[in-house]
Design a protein around this ligand. Structure first.
Ligand SMILES: Nc1ncnc2c1ncn2[C@@H]1O[C@H](COP(=O)(O)OP(=O)(O)O)[C@@H](O)[C@H]1O
Ligand SMILES: [Mg+2]
Length: 269
């Protein structure tokens, strides 16, 4: 199958004290339509910079230069003008970040934040947008969604805020959802619920999913294929079960050793 996303030789460089510092060092990967792919590696290895490159989002205040190519559904994302990129970002490629509070506007009701996406990207009327917003909040498991739409982010728990962010991310039925450590800030029990929700939505909406984590235990059972990142490079790739059974790279072995109570099936205990 033709990949939905085809990344070749991607590099990302920041300038530190005027000196260029390359943090993503020429990585290549593919994501097929509807496929769930994991990206795993320790903190600082370049996962978020890679994810943001696919959204073409530079970190605030830090100029970054990208190299290589990112092809998405026939577009060369690194070559698109910003206006064309705005049509893709949020609509065809959406992202869920680690910290739901930082990603929501604290002075706007959660419903209004979802309405805005629908009005801006899909051209819905305010009224039609609100009806869809309530459906979306229900879809991500928020009870009494019509009433909760008028609540503000601080009135939700961390897990519920992450559900709201997921509702925003899937509001325009993107082809690709990038979830960057979506459960790292949450309690363990809530983590499992959010992961199940992501998997269910991926199936129901037919999206491809890039699931990014530092925790191999999160990836197991969630995705079929995984890319292992280390120090700005992809050091290993393969089917999750195969990697669990026989990791080829010493770095993958050390990541796996950090997963607690791993069963031989490759599922989380
Ligand atoms: N805005 C920035 N300015 C300079 N360096 C950055 C910036 N953001 C990230 N980096 C560096 O890029 C590398 C990769 O970061 P990141 O992608 O956030 O790692 P990960 O998400 O895997 O934890 C790290 O060394 C980090 O210090
Ligand atoms: Mg990160």
């Amino acid at each position: 199958m033709e990949p939905l996303l085809q990344v070749r030789g991607l590099t990302a460089e920041f300038r530190r004290d005027g000196v260029p510092s390359r943090v993503v060092k020429g990585i290549s990967f593919d994501v097929a339509p509807g496929e769930a792919v994991g990206f795993v590696g320790e903190s600082g290895c370049g996962k978020s910079v890679t994810a943001r490159a696919v959204m073409r989002l530079a970190p605030e205040g830090s100029p970054v230069s990208w190299g290589g190519s990112i092809r998405f559904a026939g577009h060369d994302l690194l070559a698109l003008d910003e206006r064309a990129m705005r049509d893709i970002r949020g609509r065809r490629i959406a992202m869920v970040f680690q910290d739901p509070m930082a990603s929501l506007n604290p002075v706007m009701s959660v419903g209004a934040q979802i309405d805005d996406m629908l009005v801006r990207h899909l051209g819905l009327s305010r009224r039609a947008a609100r009806a869809r917003t309530v459906e979306l909040l229900g879809l991500v498991g928020i009870r009494e969604p019509a009433a909760r739409a008028d609540d503000y982010p601080h009135q939700f728990s961390g897990g519920m805020r992450q559900r709201v962010l997921i509702a925003i991310a899937v509001s325009c039925q993107p082809d690709l959802l990038i979830a960057d450590e979506p459960t790292t800030a949450l309690d363990v029990t809530v983590q499992a619920q959010i992961l199940r929700l992501l998997l269910r939505l991926r199936r129901e909406l037919g999206m491809a999913l890039m699931l990014i984590t530092h925790d191999f235990g999160v990836i197991a059972g969630m995705v079929e294929r995984v890319y292992v990142m280390h120090d700005g490079e992809i050091v290993e790739t393969g089917a999750v079960d195969a990697l669990f059974a026989s990791p080829g790279h010493s770095y993958t072995r050390s990541l796996l050793a950090a997963v607690p109570r791993l069963e031989t099936t490759g599922r989380r205990a």
